[in-house]
Every structure is written in C-alpha cells, then in structure tokens.
Design a protein around this ligand. Sequence first.
Ligand SMILES: [Fe+2]
Ligand SMILES: [Fe+2]
Length: 261
Amino acid sequence: MTAFRLAHLSDIHFGGENREALAAATDWMAGEALDLVVVSGDLTRYGEVAEFRAAAAWLESLPHPRFVTPGNHDAPYLAWAERIVAPFRRYERHIGPAAAQEWRGGGVAVRGVNTARGAQPRLNWSKGQISQSQVRAAAAWFEPGDDLRIVVAHHPLIEMLGGPMTAKVWGGARAADRLAAARVDLVLTGHIHAPFTWPYPHGDGRTYAVGAGTLSMRERGVPAGFNLVEVEDGCFRITALAWTGARYEPYRTWALDRRSA
Ligand SMILES: [Fe+2]
Ligand SMILES: [Fe+2]
C-alpha cells in the first residue's frame, strides 16, 4: 500500500483571505513532508486580476508539488460578458488549466474535474454541475496500476448532511455512483467552508467525500482551517486543522477504512 501525505486547502478567496491563518498554514506546510498540496477552488473573492495575481504568487511560493482546481468564485463576478463567454480565461492565464488536470506519481493518481460554471440556466450560478462526459473522462483516466485514486473538484457531489450550505450539484449523485464504480478512493472538495468526511452510498462504501474548510474571512460556523490527509495501510487519516488565532490545532479527525486492493 502506498504511504502518501497531502495538505488539502480550499476557498482561500484572495482579496478576502484570512491573512494570519493563511500565513500560518503556509509556514506549517513548509515544515512538513508533503507529497502534494491540493487547492480545491475559490482561489479568489470576485475573480479580479489582482486577486488572481496574489493567488498565483502564493502558489509559486509553495515548496511542494501543487494541484489546483477552479471554483465558482474564480469566474469574474463583475465582468458579466466575460463571465458568460470565457469564464475561466483569467484563471487559466494566472493559475493553470481549468479542466482535467492530472497528476500521477508512485501509484497515486489525482484527477481534477471543474464543477464550476460561468453561467447556468438557474438563478444561483454558484452551485455546481458535472456533466456525464466529465465523469466518463475522469473515470476512464484511471489506470489499473493506480493504487490510490483521488478526484478533486470544487463542489461536493453529494450534500454534506447538516452542513452550513448546499452545493446542489447537477449530475452529482450520478457522478458519485460512477466514481465509486471506478474505485476512486477520495473525492476532495471545498465550497461549503466546513470540513467533513462522508462515505458515498454507492459501490463498496469505500469511496469517501472529503471536504476542506476555508482560509478566507468568510467563515460559516467553523474556524478557518485546512485538512491533512494521510494514507496508511488500510486507512485514510483525515485531520481538519483549525486556526485558533495563534496556532493550528486538530478540530476533527477521521480514520476511514481503505478498500483492500
Ligand atoms: Fe468559497
Ligand atoms: Fe464555492
């Protein structure tokens, strides 16, 4: 089994970031042996160029490999025409590809899926979508030798019960079913600004939704923080770290059974 450690951050919302919490998280990561740093979207507050520049500079400063997906706040909020015609142009200019990012190393395979949209035929454009072709492509990307399979998206595909907000992802339940059938281990998401873990009610029950909190000032009943994900023999250990104002402390921990190969 593959030993692997990653930090999962989300919803930093540069322009409205929690500066102290973010600086402390950056320092904390610099002192840790991490195989990957995952950022699951909402890098900016309003998709402004200055916010993207700050996000890009911060990403550049990290000493670890990085894996980043966009969120609904990463399409420009005020530039309406651009939001509809080219919602992720700024993101791609400053951060990287918006769709179908891939990372593979040492038996670990990570695939990104963009669940954010510039516009949607419903009132609330902040909610998520995942198309059948996106799910098919993600599921088909994994190879037989991929011991550990991770999908990263911004919106939780299935609602967190009792959470502070909803994601209402169109196509989410069907996608969760399909990813469980593809033996995906973890689906890492953000958006609701609160950490959680939750086994999908599909497949063998060993595909887990894992949400990270926020490092922005927009807290939703949970302190600013991020997750440490440690992969051990037969187990995923998830630690949600919370910023106390002076240091990071474990806020919640989960030990999740890992499927045997
Ligand atoms: Fe957010
Ligand atoms: Fe979001």
